[in-house]
Design a protein around this ligand. Structure first.
Ligand code: ADP
Length: 402
């Protein structure tokens, strides 16, 4: 591919009952333009809905349509795209794939062998991988001529030092792939590329902790661009307290639930993936905005917010120790980008680490929220996992090197 030739890349992020998509026109170097984005929701349920917006956020398509399965949803999407000028040519589809196991540390072109490997990895991510595989298969079936790429959320972390990956379990279990993988890798890569690109090469250097705080939440420690450690582990359920996931747990809790409460794998997964975290603690909502609005009247909402911030503060301390100090802290994700209150609570009393916030800048969600005397630069940055998928896909197409 010539570096000046624009490629038309569709990014696909598949969940159990929804597909989020974006359409980019981009060159190997330089130009990148978001043309359309949207989602197909309630796949496999009553009342399917398809919404698309243009680059300015204006709704250009809103349709209620039966979406029996991922096949039907992707056919509807690709069929519609072929009728609008921005989408009449799709060169490749880049899929967000949650888990690449030990094997994949970079984006891969999708072929039969890769699909087989993803099938083998399903037990590592049973909540996500089956839907992602369905979406890949749906595109292959209806549009076999379109190239596809798998962009893994685990890839960024594969080069962490071994000591950060190993659990204190017998080696035979580790050899089966039960290690720390880490997730949100596409978000971390995007933040680092923005630091390098928009802020300046120096900004991406040194010892950085990136806090991706959304419904799913994790932190990563990065030293001069290299991954050092991260809070999520074998699955996205570990690490920080999240909207509906508990984060790190004493393994004895799981043994207790199995032995004393007779819980099976499905019940445990329901409890640990969907009923715990902010929702479980508050009994009110998994949504940080809801909880912040009830903090003064509902002690359980206040406790959920406090636990979220306390655990994040502890992890920030642990990751700073792993890095041997801290130069830059970046907040991103829905909560990290938008909540001065959460950022303030996480950074509270961390002067000993060199962190001091500027109250006004923090309240304004400014790009740099640290006090001018702070040793650590604290930034707020908007993440963009979709554009990272598109970039990986276009590079894979263009050079075979993601
Ligand atoms: P996901 O992980 O699903 O991509 P997001 O990154 O969009 O989620 O983050 C969603 C979270 O961000 C929700 O808990 C939401 O309440 C929170 N959030 C969004 N805006 C704000 C805000 N202004 N203040 C506090 N929390 C916010």
């Amino acid at each position: 591919m010539a570096s000046n030739e624009l490629k038309h890349i569709l990014t696909v992020n598949s969940g159990s009952s929804s597909i989020k998509f974006s359409l980019y026109h981009l060159g190997l170097y330089g130009y990148e333009g978001l043309k359309l984005s949207g989602r197909l929701e309630r796949i496999g349920l009553e009342g399917g809905i398809f919404i698309a917006r243009d680059a300015g956020g204006k709704t250009v398509k809103e349709e209620r349509a039966p979406l029996h399965d991922h096949d039907a949803a992707l056919k509807l999407l690709l069929g519609w795209l072929s009728t609008v000028p921005e989408g009449e040519r799709i060169d490749a589809v880049g899929h967000r794939v949650v888990h690449g196991g030990v094997k994949y540390s970079r984006t891969q072109a999708i072929d039969a062998e890769l699909l087989d490997t993803l099938g083998v990895l399903i037990p590592f991510a049973p909540e996500h991988l089956p839907h992602e595989i369905k979406a890949i298969e749906a595109v292959s079936k209806s549009f076999p001529e379109i190239a596809q790429a798998a962009c893994f959320d685990t890839a960024f972390h594969r080069n962490m030092p071994e000591v950060a990956k190993v659990y204190g379990l017998p080696a035979r279990i580790r050899d089966e792939g039960v290690v720390r993988y880490g997730f949100h890798g596409l978000s971390y890569e995007y933040i680092l590329s923005e630091l390098k690109g928009s802020v300046g090469e120096k900004a991406a250097g040194g010892r950085i902790v990136i806090a991706h705080l959304g419904n799913g939440a994790s932190m990563a420690a990065v030293n001069n661009g290299r991954p050092v450690d991260t809070t999520m582990g074998f699955t996205p359920s570990g690490g920080l307290v999240m909207s509906t996931r508990p984060g790190d747990l004493d393994p004895g809790v799981v043994v207790y639930l199995v032995r004393e409460k007779g819980m099976n794998a499905e019940e445990l997964s329901e409890l640990l993936d969907h009923r715990s975290g902010l929702l479980g603690i508050s009994g009110i909502s998994p949504d940080m905005r809801d909880l912040l609005s009830k903090i003064d009247d509902e002690p359980r909402a206040a406790l959920a917010v406090e636990l979220f911030c306390y655990q994040a503060r502890k992890s920030l301390g642990a990751l700073s120790a792993a890095l041997g100090g801290l130069d830059t802290l970046v907040f991103t994700g829905g909560i990290g980008e938008n909540s001065p209150e959460v950022r303030e609570r996480i950074c509270r009393d961390l002067e000993f680490l060199g962190i001091a916030l500027d109250t006004k800048k923090n309240a304004a969600n400014a790009p740099v929220i640290s006090h001018y005397k702070s040793h650590v630069l604290v930034r707020v940055m908007k993440t963009n996992e979709e554009v990272m998928i598109a970039r990986h896909t276009v590079r894979l197409l263009g050079e075979g090197v993601p």
